[in-house]
Design a protein. Structure first.
Length: 242
């Protein structure tokens, strides 16, 4: 029984991680066996393996391939369930449980940048409910790590760049770092008034007043509502009066 379990696990992990697209087509037996040979106690090539080993691995592939496909489908469905529940929890402003669901999803789909974006969103919002300073800081750090991971996976992810700039500017008091990501967001979406606003705030905080005034010009030009435009004009006037 233990040998069977080990064989199943090896087939699942190797055929899945190797990107053989099991849901779309059944891999050829030889390719699957070659992958399994790579996980022998000492990795060997097919030409170096004895016939008994090859025959045993071929039988394992034939025996467990359907289970591999079923397991992969189940994991994909489970990740989707975590993502869906996470979004529903966000809608209900249940930020802690939402964070848990997105973290679970990231454990399955570890290269999905959108999941890490929503980990950042959930962690940042959940931090506002913390009653202990250390707990709040930990959640904000988690949000920062998640946004950075999203950007590693998708460098021009405007929503993640903007969200990270907001976090750095207003929650972590790091305007120099915030400016980097506000610039990234503006480069991707030049008409993004919110990114221009964060950029202007960061510049003003850093004492770069003239640049901040020009950044508020961009907010005024691209603002999608009068309230944002009026607020930008007010802040701009305050800077000019300094």
């Amino acid at each position: 029984m233990q040998a069977k379990v080990i064989s199943i696990v090896r087939v699942i992990l190797l055929l899945g991680s190797a990107g053989l697209m099991l849901a779309a087509c059944r891999p050829e037996r030889d390719g699957a066996v070659d992958r399994l040979l790579m996980t022998e106690p000492e990795a060997i090539e097919r030409s170096e393996a004895d016939r008994a080993t090859i025959r045993e691995l071929e039988q394992d592939v034939d025996r467990y391939l359907d289970e591999v496909e079923s397991t992969l489908r189940a994991l994909g469905n489970l990740a989707n369930a975590h993502r869906l529940l996470g979004m529903r929890l966000l809608d209900q402003r249940m930020y802690g449980p939402a964070l848990e669901q997105f973290v679970h999803a990231s454990g399955i789909q570890s290269e999905n940048p959108t999941i890490f974006y929503y980990i950042g969103v959930s962690a940042g919002l959940h931090a506002q409910a913390a009653t202990v300073a250390a707990e709040r800081e930990a959640r904000l750090e988690q949000a920062e790590r998640a946004y950075r991971r999203a950007l590693e996976l998708r460098p021009r992810y405007t929503a993640a760049a903007y969200a990270l700039s907001v976090l750095l500017a207003f929650e972590l008091d790091r305007p120099d770092d915030a400016l980097v990501y506000a610039d990234t967001a503006v480069e991707s979406q030049p008409r993004n008034d919110r990114a221009h606003a964060v950029r202007a705030y960061a510049l003003a905080t850093l004492g770069r007043v003239e640049e901040a005034i020009r950044a508020y010009d961009q907010v005024i030009e691209h603002a999608v509502d009068n309230e944002t435009r009026d607020r930008a004009r007010s802040l701009q006037m305050e800077l000019r009066s300094q």
